[in-house]
Design a protein around this ligand. Structure first.
Ligand code: BTN
Length: 245
């Protein structure tokens, strides 16, 4: 991972670019940009990506795993980012399946995109966006209460290069372990021990309905275990937000 790194000053979106070069690029290719002009989040949302203020990168993977196991790599990525950030001794949590929160505000989002056919993955692009040195005033009114940055929480600028390297190192060791032995236990342990959701009530939004459920845990297959009206159910992905009343 990261033996082939493509670095851009300005690009529309590292995920979008990684997808266009996927077929002719090697497994573990990393695309990094200083600025994204059309950074994208989940559900078609926009991702604010100002010049030099964050880590905006995508990892291109060609793992020999089933498409139905791809979501595990999202959790593995979240755990890799978490481990790189934990040295800052902040109140940092993983919000299954793809966000990292500090003091309950989002500091990192992960967007996994897949190209697959039947039982074979052609490629995966895992996009990681981390608000590193963004100032509070740079978040629009809609984001001010929901988003944060390392600089806002710590009070000083953070070295993006060092943090990027640490994330890629963590990712590589968890990824190789996963490919070799299908072993996701280390990433799971990190996600379980530092979960923003476990034991809390959450609001779950699906295309069909909205409901409140209690989060019981994260299963060995990385799905979220919830209790919904006395019934135990599992979510493979989804829009989950903490329920406050
Ligand atoms: C989310 O929380 O909605 C996911 C955000 C993912 C943002 C990253 S930044 C690098 C990569 N390129 C993109 O356009 N998006 C991802």
């Amino acid at each position: 991972v990261g033996r082939n790194i493509l670095h851009f000053k300005k690009i529309e979106s590292t995920n979008k670019y990684a997808k266009t070069i996927a077929n002719e690029s090697v497994d573990g290719t990393v695309v990094i940009a200083e600025e994204q002009t059309a950074g994208r989040g989940r559900l078609g949302r926009q991702w604010v990506s100002p010049q030099g203020k964050g880590i905006w990168m995508s990892i291109l993977l060609k793992p020999d795993i089933l498409p139905t196991d791809a979501h595990k790599l999202t959790l593995l990525t979240a755990s890799s980012v978490f481990n790189a950030l934990k040295e800052y001794k902040l109140d940092i949590k993983i919000k299954w399946p793809n966000d990292i929160l500090i003091n309950n505000k989002k500091v990192c989002g992960i967007l996994t995109e897949m190209s697959a056919e039947l039982n074979k993955i052609n490629f995966l692009v895992i996009g990681i966006g981390i608000n590193v040195n963004i100032e509070k005033s740079e978040f629009g009114d809609d984001l001010k209460d929901k988003a944060t940055s390392l600089k806002i929480e710590i009070g000083n600028d953070i070295n993006r290069k060092k943090l990027t390297a640490e994330i890629l190192n963590n990712f590589e060791s968890l990824y190789l372990q996963f490919l070799k032995n299908n072993d996701i236990s280390k990433a799971l342990e990190i996600a379980r021990n530092n979960s923003a959701l476990i034991n809390n009530y959450v609001e779950i939004t699906t295309p069909q309905t909205n409901y409140v459920a209690k989060v019981i845990g994260i299963a060995d297959d990385c799905t979220l275990i919830i209790e919904n009206n006395g019934k135990i159910e599992r979510l493979i992905s989804g829009e989950v937000s903490l329920h406050t009343n």
